[in-house]
Design a protein around this ligand. Structure first.
Ligand code: MSP
Length: 646
């Protein structure tokens, strides 16, 4: 464990509004920062915006603004998004701020004075998009060699200033080889070493104002501005106070982790270390490159028109679920695919079904049978002990997965524990145990164990879903605010007798747009019905048109409760896809309310509303009956709620 944790995101260009790639890196940094804060490691989390250079200048020209106006307008979008996504950055640096510009100029002057920067004529190939010069041999098929770019390049000859990067080539190779965790994942480290096998050129760090004036002026030549990368990378040290506040700087630097996307590997693993070496500043501990979010299988791009807007997505589906999806779906280092369907699938499975059902079962049962007080556990037996062990192990594994930069693995492990906890409940059937006086204490034990698992899981998920997990924890009677992480490695800390709270459904199921109640297929082509007046079960036969009047649909039971003074009746809240409804069902002798939550049933959805025992009922469920025994009609397999039956 490190003694302090300083994490950075790339600083984002202000040429356009933020997209899901920006949101991902920033949420990942936020999740890592939150975990470290919770385990009491002094943490500092920096993000910001890269406001100089050609991209921003061009965007400003296109929008009819000055580059500064362009930056000022766009930075607001980034800041608003970070606020929406509950990002807890400790600082936000803009490269147009004087505190940054001054440091860049001081560094340049110092390097120039020490002949680390020199002036020379330059001839090279320039990629406007990447804002980088290449030599003839760098080019791939005559085009920009940057992975994912490959655009045509322009030949340019002009005087410029150069940083003596080439003289650090061997030093850098040795450094990377001696420090295996410096560049992560390993295949990115190998990629950098591969790049360094070719001869490294000096780095052109200036742009003549005549060509591109939007940048930090070179302190030793007013005809030039600084190359945007030489300016941008410095943010990682200017923000914590390099050359301004030595004590503050030393309390943060070296950064524990520069989080970057794979497309900016070379600038971070070659330019930046050599710049720091020339400045005599210690190296960051790790540079971690994650993969890209593809949309389906395609690269996200404005031209393809498939750019995912994180603000709209979080508005529609909730910030916490969005954070959860991004963190669990991308296997860190690899590319991942973003689709709304994949999001809905994961949301409905992990959150609405598994976690949501577990919470509502536990709180319902404690509410109905234990006067809303956490019950006192007795011996839990083998299944309970297994749940205890699995939960504690998953909590440990989550912390370890954060340390090795694979939070996705730890989080998916927690999702598996939630499934296991639901299986434990199915196995022990606390809803049945609670009914009889002599087994009620046993039900209490099962519920205590399930609630304990929820306490630990919700604490561990808190950095990813702070809002929803706070609500969940408050429902369990736990104090609001950050969980104490030490408590999440210990079993048995929920205090029996603590009052649990009522809460709204944590993750309402998302309905997919499937065909709704269309009338069953026309029977015209089918064989005529037999002529007899009686069916096999002795009920008069009906015409197909009679049957077609009945709208049958699948529905999911969201809530179930007893109706006072009516032994046989339950009040159900059901999800019919496009609407939620209340129905009254006479199944209380065969089903406890808790056993019903989450079940898919079939209802007559066009029955006229009725009032039964002063309770409105908007539909009727179907059940098979034999004597007193009722069994619900359900659906064989997964179909969205509201599917037609016929
Ligand atoms: N300004 C530079 C970074 C300077 S850091 C000293 C820059 N900015 S950017 O806005 O273009 O991109 C910032 C980050 O977003 C990069 O790490 C990039 O990899 C990431 N992403 C851009 N598109 C992405 C996806 N589709 N998926 C994941 N991240 C991607 O580069």
């Amino acid at each position: 464990m490190t003694d302090n944790f300083y994490i950075t995101t790339p600083i984002y260009y202000v040429n356009d509004r933020p997209h899901i790639g920006h949101a991902y890196t920033t949420i990942l940094a936020d999740v890592l920062a939150r975990y470290h804060r919770l385990i009491n490691v002094p943490t500092w989390f920096l993000t910001g915006t890269d406001e100089h250079g050609q991209k921003v200048q061009r965007a400003a020209e296109a929008a009819g603004m000055t580059p500064q106006q362009q930056a000022d307008e766009t930075v607001v979008r980034f800041k608003a998004l970070w606020e929406k996504l509950e990002i807890t950055n400790d600082d936000f640096i803009r490269t147009t701020e004087p505190r940054h510009q001054k440091v860049v100029q001081d560094i340049l002057q110092d390097l120039f004075d020490r002949d680390e920067i020199y002036r020379a004529d330059f001839e090279g190939w320039y990629c406007v998009t990447c804002e980088r010069f290449y030599t003839e041999k760098d080019l791939v098929d005559g085009n920009c060699p940057e992975p994912g770019c490959g655009r045509p390049v322009d030949k340019i000859t002009e005087p410029n200033y150069f940083f003596r990067m080439s003289k650090y080539q061997q030093w850098l190779i040795d450094y990377i080889e001696a420090n295996p965790t410096f560049i992560q994942p390993d295949f990115r480290r190998n990629e950098t070493l591969g790049f360094l096998r070719k001869e490294l050129n000096d780095l052109c760090i200036s742009r003549p104002k005549s060509r591109m004036a939007w940048g930090i002026e070179l302190p030793f030549d007013a005809d030039f501005v600084t190359y945007v990368w030489f300016d941008a990378l410095v943010n990682y040290i200017s923000a914590p106070g390099y050359l301004q506040d030595d004590a503050r700087f030393r309390s943060h630097w070296p950064a524990t982790c520069h989080l970057i996307g794979k497309d900016i590997l070379t600038t971070h693993t070659v330019y930046w270390p050599t710049m720091l070496k020339a400045m005599d500043v210690p190296m960051p501990k790790t540079i971690f490159a994650h993969g890209w979010w593809l949309v389906g299988r395609d690269k996200m791009s404005k031209t393809a028109g498939n750019v995912v807007n994180p603000m709209a997505f979080a508005d529609q589906y909730g910030v916490d679920a969005f954070r959860y999806f991004l963190m669990t779906e991308m296997s860190l280092g690899q590319d991942a695919s973003f689709t709304e369907e994949a999001f809905i699938r994961r949301y409905n499975t992990d959150l609405a079904n598994d976690l949501g059902n577990m919470l509502s079962r536990v709180t319902k049962l404690i509410g109905s049978y234990f006067d809303r007080k956490i019950p006192t556990p007795l011996e839990a037996g083998e299944a309970g002990e297994r749940l205890r062990e699995t939960t504690l192990r998953a909590a440990e594994e989550l912390v370890a997965s954060v340390e090795r930069m694979r939070p996705d693995q730890g989080l998916n492990g927690l999702a598996a524990v939630v499934r296991e906890a639901n299986r434990y409940m199915e196995l022990r059937q606390p809803w049945t145990l609670a009914k009889a006086e002599e087994t009620r204490a046993e039900a209490g034990t099962v519920l205590y164990y399930a609630a304990e698992a929820l306490r630990i899981i919700s604490g561990m998920l808190y950095p990813v879903m702070p809002g929803k997990m706070s609500a969940l924890r408050e429902a369990l009677g736990l104090p609001a605010g950050d969980p104490d992480f030490a408590d999440l490695h210990e079993w048995g800390l929920l205090k029996p007798g603590t009052e649990i709270q009522k809460m709204k459904i944590l993750f309402p199921r998302i309905q997919t747009k499937e065909p709704k109640v269309d009338a069953p297929a026309s029977p015209r082509e089918e064989k005529p019905m037999p002529e007899s007046k009686e069916s096999p079960v002795g009920v008069a036969q009906i015409e197909y048109t009679d049957f077609a009047k009945v709208a049958l649909q699948t529905a999911r039971i969201l809530e179930a409760e007893k109706i006072e003074g009516a032994d046989k009746l339950l009040r159900l809240q059901i999800d019919l896809g496009e609407e939620q409804r209340q129905i009254v069902a006479g199944i209380a002798l065969s089903y406890t309310p808790e056993a019903l939550i989450g079940k898919t049933i079939v209802v007559v959805s066009n029955l006229k509303p009725a009032r039964i025992r002063k309770v409105d009922s908007n539909g009727m469920l179907l059940a098979a009956k034999s004597g007193d025994q009722l069994r619900l009609i359900t659906v064989d397999g997964e179909l969205p709620a509201g599917s037609s039956v016929g």
